[in-house]
Design a protein around this ligand. Sequence first.
Ligand code: PLP
Length: 498
Amino acid sequence: MDIEQFRKEGYKAIDAICDYYAGLEQRPVVAQVEPGYLAKLVPDEAPVKGEPFPAIAADFQRLILPGITSWQHPSFFAYFPSNATFEGMLADLYASSVTNPGFNWACSPACTELESVVMDWAAKLLGLGEAFWVQGGRGGGVIQTSASDSALVAIVAARSAYLRAHPDVSTSDLVIYGTTQTHSLGAKAALILGLNFRALDVHPTFQYGLRGSTLQKAIGEDREAGKHPFVLIATLGTTSTGAIDCMSEIGPIVRDSGIWMHVDAAWAGVALSCPEFRDKSYLKDINEFADSFCTNFHKWGLTNFDLSAMWVRDRTQLTDALDVTPAFLRTKQSDAGVVIDYRNWQLSLGRKFRSIKLWFVLRSYGIEGLQAHIRKSIGLATLFADSVQESCLFELCTPQSFALAVFRLYPQGIASMLKQDELNSLNRALFHKIAARSDITITQTDLLGTFCLRFAVGAQRTEERHIRKAWEIISATAVETWAEWQGAQSVPIENGTA
Ligand code: PLP
């Protein structure tokens, strides 16, 4: 493709993207295809001769779009949001145009320097203190691919620091702490690193947040058994229910025990941009006690996947753990120690130019634009949660957390007479009916044996009318499910039709 053809096809591509977004509401939320659909429609091998680009672009519409679930659809309430903005898309395009592996400052100085600048901007936006900044602090921010990568990097740095301080400890005795509600990234990091993971108990009474007494007891037990807990993955906004570990209690304990605290705020962290959510989110304690912190701007932060923002209090902890510099990677600026080489702050060598996305987004929306988006999502989630609470058919399983409501069908006056299994199968039936629809999507979770439904708001185009429509669908489906369930109970089991 030459420049002129790129210009032409580029205009067409932008038109196609605009058409997709203009028609988003008319599309199914969930891709309506069966497993293996695509392999049946494309050749088994790459073409021997190159094909004309218009044919390839047409196949994106014909073959790919039907298999795309629209995470930006205003009726997408599953998992957590995956925001995408036009500003972010354009940033990706510009970044691709100057593609480079970005591992050292010298690869393209602007990529490294912009990352340091926007990560300081983002730290200030979220209220992370000076300790986490590059300018003026000993810490700094780095953009990782995912919260899982961020946690893995934090654990590698924590392990390295712990083993330097305790050279006689065997790695087989090291323990990573999380809770039963920690994202699977904790167990996965343990798997990758060959370390033990201990999931500490949390309770519904304390809204599934880790308490200091539980942590203190576990440390005592493990140390007694010759084990070495060295890192705690604390969560601000768990995936299941948006639970928040009690940082004010666990912070002093980890500090006094020499345990690294990594705060996984993958989803909820961007809510810290609004001052009114900072106390509830223990920002003060995070600033005092966290060694590292992560939030994904690619979830709720108006930035297209991928942009996982990770900060550390002491950047030398990353470079001490991850700097491997063969001769071919040395540069005079690195040798002089006057630049950041982000390869030493992450697992891989090469890295995308992602900071441009955050730069475009933060400049276009401003702090106020991001705050407005967060507040709107939370307000809409409150509308849904209020409907749940006012209905005699449902209950909230946990208090609303930010823009997440976790609920279940719980017909008042009768539900208390049902066994847990019965309520679970009733709610599974409701979930399967909703999951079979193409005009709305939600997800499910299991809360220590209780099957629940999750309703997460955060898509940019979601308005009050989408929440009201979702509520209508969910409540009507619940009435139907409950009626069917009651009908099935009255049919004698022995006639085989129940
Ligand atoms: N942590 C929490 C609390 C999450 O909710 C999620 C995903 O939803 C993750 C981590 C995983 O994020 P990633 O896909 O960036 O690894």
